[in-house]
Design a protein around this ligand. Sequence first.
Ligand code: ZN
Length: 65
Amino acid sequence: MKEQNKKLTIAEPIAERLRNGEKVICAKCKKGYYVTDAKYISTSHGFYCNRCNSMVNIDPVIDIE
Ligand SMILES: [Zn+2]
């Protein structure tokens, strides 16, 4: 059983791109892009769309079983 694969969510590739400083277009409205209030992008756990406020939460290494 490859349980690991089930933990991949849509947020994972987005998180990586956001941390690289890319502008990621909102998956919901497809017009805004995700921004964060955090001082350092690499430590931010929450991004939101600057247009529709749709949230993207990034859980670093937390496993919830
Ligand atoms: Zn949006």
